[in-house]
Write a protein that binds this ligand. Structure first.
Ligand code: FES
Length: 128
């Protein structure tokens, strides 16, 4: 493979990732709203990396559960990605893509993407 192919590949992988996030705070009694965020991305990123970027650079009111195990074991980071439940620490989003993120378990919703989670162990990290 020549160097030319590598630069084409790099171009295709750069850009931004757009995520529409369903936000809701049941405590307010207001309905849910979907907000669109865009994150600069030079490579594919995990859902949690994208959420952290949104939190750090665009909207620190976003509630999501951060890494706990970071190894697809604990399920605390589950979110619904385009209608399918995935683990946010492992699911990859591609530059150029637009995705819908929702709470994985809306029946146990606390706020935004955070749901009641009981692993039977002490909590190491709470919702953001
Ligand atoms: S942080 Fe434990 S499964 Fe993702």
């Amino acid at each position: 493979m020549g160097q030319g192919n590598q630069s084409i590949e790099a171009e295709e992988l750069s850009g931004s990732i757009r995520v529409s996030i369903r936000r809701e705070d049941p405590a307010t009694g207001r309905g849910a709203q979907v907000r669109l965020y865009e994150v600069q991305a030079e490579r594919e990123m995990t859902v949690l990396e994208v959420l952290q970027e949104v939190y750090d650079r665009a909207d620190s009111t976003l509630a999501f559960r951060h890494y706990r195990c970071g190894r697809r074991l604990c399920r605390s980071c589950e979110v619904k990605l385009d209608g399918k439940i995935v683990r946010g620490c492992a699911a990859l989003l591609q530059p150029g893509g637009t995705y819908l993120l929702e709470a994985a378990h809306p029946e146990n919703l606390i706020r935004d993407l955070v749901f009641e989670f009981d692993s039977g162990e002490g909590s190491e990290s709470g919702p953001r």
